[in-house]
Design a protein. Structure first.
Lengths: 340, 336, 506
């Protein structure tokens, strides 16, 4: 029970923010909260939010782990394009579905491992290391699709994007399952704790005997894998691969979702579920603006304002002035000689 | 310890590498297509890359200081729409230009103020700026706004005829001028020296008396100004303002800067290097056009490869320094 | 020696959050002298320097420069008055050229533009004045640390020109480079500057300083001319002990145990530029104390023993077999543990809870795939919170909110949870209150009695004498002496520290 209470306390700001957004939209557009069940699946704006949030939600899962290690991955949008291109070209060539999915996941993993090796092994700054794939990735994707928008007609594959299971759309199932799987993996094993330790104090972590390099490669690999799943959904949804636009700028939305989720860009404590709620908040805003009849142009401005407010609250200056009183008290209690 | 300067100083090695790559690439292109050795191609190279080049000069300063500016693509789009709408509303283009430049400069200064004042990473502040500027552009107009005005025609009609029928257009000249001035500011003013100092380490720079706050604000104001100027160049180039235009131009600019031999973590590089970085990108595109069978996406892949090459080259130079010049940190960390 | 003081401060006091850092300290520098400012960690040296150079404001006291009272509000103002500083972490910018570093912020200009040619010419001339001829247009990073140090000194002297504070100017230089820097300092002394150097190399103090001021615990112990001060007296001043004071040595180890081959044997272990090759044996139930002044290679030895720094000579034998040791994970696998000196940066994971900090080393050794269950974690945390009396006894509180002494106990608990056979403690009692201090010493004795092998590094000699079975004395990055049993006393340790390196190495 205390465990649930702790979880709720951690997620409270995000849940409240999501609730506020939903209430605000419902007030402006009363039809928003309406959900119906037709033709064996759920319909309505809330379902729409859950479905459309899928790519960003998936990216935010891997991005959370990367940011927890004090890193950042700019290349996940390009990875979506690459895996989408691989999947679409293989589907078009008539390969079996299982092979297609495995190949796409493998390619995503490879992209992630590449980033992980640059960051973890060669010690290149994350933002720089992942920039390489961000720039080259779309070129590679176009190389695979040979520059055209590859389309295909394979209902079994399209099911991933537009199908439903027990009334729930497939994209929703996929991001929820991925979130659960990776969340459980890192929290049931010791990975989560070790990742947090490395993100908070890499030097001390190494002195404890934690293999930081391995963990860093792992988180980027996870980010690549999540991007691959997102790539599959995007491709299945439009029944084709658009190397130019698939996943474009989604890395920024994913970073935003993680930041809204309260995982600091300076690394450390992370919460995948909070990032997922962050992704939902972003999508709810998008959908809300759309259906409330406001011009969609406001979307970006609202996003910018949200970033500025959240980051200002997290900024060291504001945080320091908030924590100053507490620190003075702690220092008074602890007789600490200043080091020469 | 010799007091004589060697032919190429170690600090200029990445720049030299860029120039060598550019010359080799040009030689390769000419060997394949002798027609590429013409003032016409050279003139087009300058004109077509003018707006990107102007923005890349601003990006060079920001990166030299150890920062980054993700907002320039959006600022270019905003400026172009802003100017186009003003001109259509009957404002004289010159006045519209001045107003647009003032807005973009202020916008940059505001971002610099936030970066310094809230000690927030430039990456996120300029990311917010990117959304904000793009959103503002959308608010003005989501349609492409074509414009025509005698003043604009006059500007675009200006050119200097090079021997061999090449045209050095107004835009090309403008970009060359910005590069020249940028080089001068970076290399020969105290502001420029302070920017390099910032890139070497904010704390050390502060200890050495560099005015951090003023320099940071001026720096992002400069980047905003140049993004605005790039927006004007883009408007002249396309004779229209379009809020969806120049998405991702910041990436091309960053690539030009890094391929130009500037260290992405700041403190080392040359504005002139960015020019060659830009020209290498332009050359790849021109080659692809001449070839006819190659596809445009090779540009991105080759630029990505070059990025990788330069990042690794920098890493190797750094490791080499750590090996030869003895490390200050005796406890250099070996574990992992 | 009746020359007037160039910079004179009287009764300087400073507290941080109610903790006294300096109490009523007098300090003076004369023109044309090199004055060494000495003291162990926490003595107040850097606080004093920061007050005199304008980085901190004093709470009380006066400062006079050439007889006129001054009160620099920041480093720049002190600089303009003529008081310059060269910090330990060389405060230059490696990415700029030599000339740019020398003239940053005051570049010669022509028509509003920096006159690079003139700047480089002047830089060249400035450095030539110190006998240094180099390409001033090359990046600073191109040059050795010694050259950078000289350039930093030249910049500070050129900017300020009356009093120069140098914080550890020779910390990472070899003997030849030290001579180079000292040559520059003598040159500046002959030009009439007052030079203050902070250093922990006593031999260098004797080589270059005219007078020395010693601080301890924020108070001035004394100011003496170096010519009349034997090295042992100087060490006594720094460590706060009279030489005739006797500390009782308690620890004993049975004769047969002492002569049995040690299960953990480091042979010829060393790393160039860090610590000269040394031998070290560790036996169960034995505490090996490591003594040495700051900078003598104490922590460097610990880093080698735990595989944080990779040894470039020698090997490690465990139970008669040679085993590799190249990283902390390998050390942990061998059953080693290490509590570092710098608790804040190397020890605690600030945002994690006490429980997580305690189980982290054990978890790292088990690997990520074999997690400790929440119940196991809670049990381990409870056990050690009780055993070490960690306060407050709340397992879920982030460790950053604990006092220094309790943080230290958590880090000890972290290693005890791995059930180590060999534990290295670097300054385990620094910066913690008296109560926790006594508890940690009791714990060391208890662990030893339970059969653990320990290496304890400490600058508290009495402590070392009390619990060590053997004491290894370090000086100048070398293990110079090993004292055993009845030989161990504060005097013998200080004598070994003071001995000439050549003599004691024999």
């Amino acid at each position: 029970m205390t465990w649930i209470a702790t979880r709720l306390r951690r997620l409270a700001p995000q849940l409240i923010a999501l609730a506020l957004v939903v209430v605000a939209i419902t007030l402006i557009a009363p039809g928003f909260a309406h959900v119906t069940f037709q033709n064996g699946r759920l319909y309505g704006s809330p379902m729409d939010v859950l479905v459309r949030a899928a790519p960003v939600a998936l990216l935010s899962i891997g991005m959370t782990l990367v940011i927890a290690t004090k890193g950042i991955d700019l290349s996940v949008g390009a990875t979506i394009a690459i895996t989408g291109a691989v999947a679409a070209s293989m589907v078009a060539a008539g390969h079996p579905l299982a092979v297609v999915i495995l190949a796409a996941l493998g390619v995503g993993l490879l992209c992630g491992v590449w980033n992980g090796l640059l960051v973890g092994l060669i010690d290149i700054q994350p933002i720089i290391a992942t920039l390489i794939l961000m720039v080259a990735g779309r070129g590679i994707a176009q190389l695979i699709t040979e520059g055209v928008i590859l389309t295909f007609n394979r209902p079994a594959f399209a099911f991933l994007g537009s199908g439903a299971f027990l009334g729930v759309p497939m994209p929703v199932i996929l991001w929820v399952l991925t979130g659960l799987a990776i969340g459980l993996l890192v929290r049931v094993s010791a990975l989560g704790l070790l990742i947090e330790a490395v993100g908070i104090n890499r030097r001390a972590s190494m002195m404890i005997g934690i293999r930081a390099r391995f963990l860093i490669v792992f988180v980027y690999a996870a980010a690549g894998l999540c991007a691959a799943i997102a790539g599959l959904i995007v491709t299945a949804d439009i029944k084709g691969a658009d190397a130019n636009n698939a996943g474009l700028w989604l890395e920024l939305d994913a970073i935003l979702a993680v930041v809204i989720g309260g995982t600091a860009l300076s690394g450390g404590r992370f919460s995948i579920s909070a990032s997922l709620i962050g992704a939902l908040i972003i999508q709810a805003l998008n959908t809300g603006i759309l259906i409330s009849g406001w011009p969609p142009e406001f979307n970006l401005i609202i996003k910018a304002v949200v970033i500025i407010v959240i980051l200002a609250l997290q900024s060291p200056v504001v945080a320091n002035s908030l924590a100053a009183a507490a620190r003075v008290r702690a220092d008074l209690k602890e007789p600490r000689r200043s080091r020469t | 310890m010799s007091a004589r300067a060697p032919l190429i100083r170690a600090r200029n090695l990445p720049f030299a590498a860029t120039v060598v790559i550019f010359l080799a690439a040009y030689a390769f292109c000419v060997a394949q297509f002798p027609n590429m050795l013409s003032t016409r191609v050279a003139g087009n190279l300058l004109t077509d890359n003018a707006f990107l080049g102007i923005a890349a000069v601003g990006m060079t300063f920001v990166i030299l200081s150890g920062g980054i500016d993700l907002s320039i693509g959006s600022v270019i789009a905003f400026t172009s729409v802003f100017v186009a709408v003003l001109v259509r509303a009957g404002v004289h283009p010159a006045a519209a230009f001045a107003l647009a430049l003032a807005v973009s400069t202020l916008f940059g200064a505001a971002m610099g103020l936030m970066i310094h004042g809230l000690s927030m990473p430039p990456f996120v502040v300029t990311l917010a700026g990117m959304f904000l500027a793009r959103g503002a552009a959308f608010l003005i107009s989501t349609e492409s706004v074509p414009i025509s005005h005698p003043f604009l025609d006059q500007l675009t009609g200006l050119y200097y005829l090079l021997p061999g029928k090449g045209r050095l257009t107004f835009l090309g000249l403008l970009m060359l001028g910005v590069f020249l001035l940028g080089s001068l500011v970076a290399g020969r003013t105290r502001f420029g020296a302070n920017v390099y100092a910032l890139g070497g380490g904010i704390q050390s720079a502060e200890l050495m008396g560099v005015p951090i706050r003023r320099t940071t604000i001026q720096l992002y104001a400069l980047s905003g100004f140049l993004a605005g100027l790039a927006g004007l160049a883009y408007t002249l180039y396309t004779s229209a303002g379009y809020s969806l235009a120049t998405v991702g131009v910041e990436l091309d600019a960053i690539a030009a800067v890094v391929v130009g031999g500037t260290l992405l973590t700041g403190g080392s590089g040359l504005v002139a290097g960015t020019f060659f970085g830009l020209m290498i990108q332009g050359l790849i595109q021109t080659y692809i056009v001449f070839d006819g069978t190659l596809s445009s996406w090779w540009t991105k892949i080759v630029v990505g490869l070059l990025l990788f090459l330069f990042i690794v080259l920098r890493r190797v130079i750094l490791l080499f320094h750590e090996r030869t010049g003895r490390s200050t940190d005796q406890r250099a960390f070996a574990g992992g | 020696m009746t020359r007037e003081a160039l910079l004179e401060s009287r009764g300087i006091s400073k507290s941080f959050f109610g903790i006294r850092a300096l109490a009523n300290v007098d300090f003076e520098v004369r023109a044309g002298e090199i004055h060494a400012l000495l003291g162990e960690n926490g003595a107040g040296k850097s606080t004093l320097v920061k007050i005199l150079t304008g980085a901190y404001r004093r709470d009380a006291g006066t400062i006079a420069l050439e007889g006129r009272p001054v009160s620099p509000r920041d480093v720049g103002e002190a600089q303009d008055l003529g008081i310059g500083t060269v910090y330990q972490e060389v405060n230059l910018l490696e990415n700029l050229t030599v000339a740019e570093n020398l003239y940053l912020g005051r570049q010669p200009r022509r028509f509003g533009l920096i006159d690079r040619r003139r700047m480089e010419r002047e830089a060249k001339a400035l450095l030539a004045g110190y006998g240094l001829h180099l390409d001033v247009g090359e990046s600073l990073s191109h040059y050795s640390v010694a050259v950078r140090q000289i350039i930093a000194i030249a910049r500070a002297a050129d900017l300020s020109g009356k009093v120069l504070f140098l914080d550890e100017p020779t910390a990472s230089l070899d003997a030849r480079e030290v001579d180079l820097v000292f040559g520059i300092l003598r040159e500046l002394r002959s030009r009439g500057l007052g030079i203050v150097i902070i250093t922990h190399f006593l031999d260098q103090v004797y080589a270059i300083a005219d007078r020395v001021t010693v601080l301890r615990n924020g108070e001035r112990v004394g100011c003496r001319a170096i010519a009349d001060l034997p090295k042992r007296d100087l060490i006594g001043m720094m460590l706060g002990r009279e030489l005739d004071e006797e500390t009782h040595h308690r620890a004993e180890i049975s004769a047969e145990a002492a002569h049995a081959p040690a299960p953990i044997r480091f042979r010829d272990f060393g790393k160039r530029g860090s610590v000269a090759p040394f031998d070290l044996d560790a036996r169960p139930g034995e505490v090996v104390g490591i003594a040495g002044l700051l900078g003598s290679g104490r922590s460097e030895t610990a880093f080698l023993l735990f595989g944080i720094d990779r040894a470039d000579s020698g090997h490690l034998e465990i139970d008669g077999r040679e085993v590799p040791l190249a990283s902390p994970p390998e050390a942990v696998k061998l059953g080693f543990g290490f509590c570092p000196e710098d608790r804040k940066t190397d020890g605690i994971i600030a945002d994690l809870s006490v429980r997580e900090n305690i189980i982290l080393a054990l978890q790292a050794r088990r690997g990520w795939a074999k997690p400790l269950s929440p119940r196991e974690q809670a049990e381990i945390a409870r056990k050690y919170i009780r055993a070490l009396d960690i306060r407050p006894p709340v397992a879920e509180r982030p460790i950053k909110f604990l006092s220094g002494g309790n943080q230290q106990k958590v880090i000890l608990a972290r290693w005890l949870a791995t059930d180590p056979r060999f534990l290295i403690l670097d300054e385990p009692t620094r910066g913690i209150d008296i109560g926790a201090h006594a508890e940690i010493i009791r714990l060391i004795e208890q662990l030893c009695a339970e059969g653990m092998a320990l290496v304890v590094i400490s600058s508290e000699l009495e402590e070392l004498v009390a619990y060590s079975h053997r004491v290894v004395v370090l000086s100048d990055r070398r293990h110079v002496r090993e004292l055993r049993g009845a030989e161990i006393s504060t005097q013998s340790i200080m004598a070994a520290m003071a001995a000439d390196p050549e003599e004691s190495a024999a």
